[in-house]
Design a protein around this ligand. Structure first.
Ligand SMILES: Nc1ncnc2c1ncn2[C@@H]1O[C@H](COP(=O)(O)OP(=O)(O)OP(=O)(O)O)[C@@H](O)[C@H]1O
Ligand SMILES: [Mg+2]
Length: 492
């Protein structure tokens, strides 16, 4: 250490130069301190003097009538009236380095995998500003996710942000694990927020595996940790993704789940006496969500493709968090419990899912085949019950007959075990092949002939004139981003 650095370190250690305050009151999660004129978001340490001078990290949440409201990163047990509060810094920072790949961190950004300390190349604030709108590149390049149903029908662009919606236990985490292992992005940052402790280990060992882990950074805050740490884990994961993006990398950020992040903010907001709104979520939740989600996307150099899982509580499709998130993101993937109940995995309901970017990044024959498949699936669903009862009569609706004949090939494309490997190119060519193959002689060809080029000439899935019922127009409305949840409810 040179002379200046030593001096700097000494000055840093001088408490005299620090802004300090004193704890006056603790209610619920929030501690109130006097004499601490700090901006919101500042970082502090509470010295718990009756608890062996234990130091407790805390963040400034707000202020009220001259008192500063602090949320400790941990339990408030052990804090006493009169305890000193020391100012640490204007913002929380996290140490970042390329060597983070393969590591598991907690909500503070500290390693918890027992593999030693991380030599930080830089310390960056965990709350960067979103990319200014005019610095965002257009999303133009596709990302191979390795999940056939997504690559084929909901093609994702590098820098796109997608929500994965479902009730509990329908396969969100396993799908995110598949994505983490199989995507062609070189860096994957995973935030596991509010999970049960057991699930973290399961995700690491079962869903991610050694191969996925090598190029992944995991940031974990389990359900038993304080809400500020759970929130912080989401901010730390996003900041790490941003750092790799600024190195020019195409990063994939997986956040499981954004709902638990919103719940953590709800706990904090209510403790700080914010008024509750829908489902008791205070207004700060609805400002946090866009602030966090707008940080991902394509930048001038590099990109962050964000997948955010949304736990739709009790399968309530009008969930306020689901609604808010859907409005911010560039698409949604809906996992259906009825598909999962039938052992149909990944349980992606492609009729209720949409990638708003696919139109701009997929090739013409790929898009046309995808539209044809969606229409086939919609037609098949309309007659599925009749088929099961043996009441369906062939011949009345030749296009539906054709859909029924293709359903085996369609299911083969869409169903995938977590171990099965695939790429975007393979998924697209498998999809196109379904519509290039001539069907049995009894089935009339598709309008225009039935070949790959002819598929491209077919009317879009939503062309009402060709629909046997209003299904196709429902599909078109859903895929164009119109509200789709009420229809989903009817389906269950
Ligand atoms: N691709 C798959 N193949 C086979 N089984 C699957 C698949 N995906 C999910 N499952 C089954 O569904 C169960 C729940 O999956 P998962 O833990 O991913 O759900 P989740 O939506 O993340 O649940 P939670 O809401 O509790 O976090 C798994 O334990 C497994 O039995
Ligand atoms: Mg899960």
């Amino acid at each position: 250490m040179n002379g200046f650095a030593a001096l700097e370190a000494q000055i840093d250690d001088l408490d005299l130069l620090r802004i300090t305050g004193q704890i006056r009151r603790v209610t619920g999660l929030v501690a109130e301190a006097d004499g601490l004129p700090l901006p919101v978001g500042s970082s502090c340490r509470i010295i718990c003097r009756t608890d062996g001078n234990r130091e407790l990290e805390a963040e400034v949440l707000g202020f009220e009538e001259g008192r500063t409201l602090l949320v400790p990163c941990g339990s408030t047990a052990g804090i006493s009236a009169g305890d000193r509060v020391l100012f640490e810094g204007d913002r929380f920072r996290v140490g970042v380095a390329r060597s983070l790949l393969g590591r598991v961190l907690d909500g503070r950004g500290a390693p918890i995998d027992g593999r030693g300390a991380i030599a930080a190349e830089q310390r960056i604030p965990i709350d960067a500003r979103p990319i200014p709108p005019l610095s965002r590149r257009r999303i133009a390049e596709p990302l191979s996710t390795g999940v056939r149903a997504i690559d084929a029908l909901l093609t994702i662009g590098r820098g796109q942000r997608i929500g994965i919606f479902s009730g509990s236990g329908v396969g969100k985490s396993i799908l995110l694990g598949m994505l983490a292992r199989a995507t062609d992005a070189p860096v994957v940052v995973i935030g596991l927020i509010g999970e049960r402790g057991r699930e973290v280990r399961e995700f690491l060992e079962r869903d991610l595996g050694d191969e996925g882990r090598r190029r992944a950074v995991l940031v974990v805050a389990t359900a038993d940790e304080s809400p500020i740490l759970r929130l912080r884990a989401a901010r730390v994961a996003t900041a790490i993704a941003e750092w790799f993006r600024d190195l020019g990398e195409d990063v994939v950020l997986l956040l499981d789940s954004i709902t638990r992040v919103a719940m953590a903010q709800r706990e904090l907001g209510l403790s700080a006496s914010e008024p509750p709104t829908a489902k008791a979520f205070p207004p700060s939740v609805f400002t946090l969500l866009p602030r966090l989600l707008e940080r991902t996307g394509p930048a001038e150099r590099g990109s962050i493709t964000g997948f955010y899982s949304v736990l739709v509580e009790a399968d309530d499709l009008n969930d306020p968090i689901g609604d808010a998130v859907r409005g911010i993101l560039d698409g949604h993937i809906w996992l259906s419990r009825s598909l999962a109940n039938r052992g149909y995995y990944p349980a992606i309901d492609v009729l209720q899912s949409v990638s708003r970017v696919m139109q701009h990044i997929a090739g013409a024959s790929h898009k046309a085949a995808a539209q044809a498949l969606v229409e086939d699936l919609a037609r098949y669903r309309d007659v599925e019950d009749l088929l099961r009862m043996g009441a369906y009569v062939r011949g009345a609706e030749p296009r539906t007959d054709a859909a029924i004949d293709r359903i085996g090939a369609i299911e083969k494309l869409l169903r995938q075990t977590p171990e099965e490997r695939s790429t975007l190119a393979e998924a697209a060519s498998q999809l196109i092949a379904i519509y290039e193959k001539p069907l049995a002689a009894s089935v009339p060809p598709l309008p225009g002939g039935g070949g790959g080029a002819a598929v491209a000439a077919r009317p879009a899935a939503g062309a009402a004139s060709s629909a046997p019922s209003n299904t196709a127009s429902k599909v078109a409305a859903s895929r164009a981003g119109a509200p789709y949840f009420p229809q989903q409810r009817g389906r269950k």
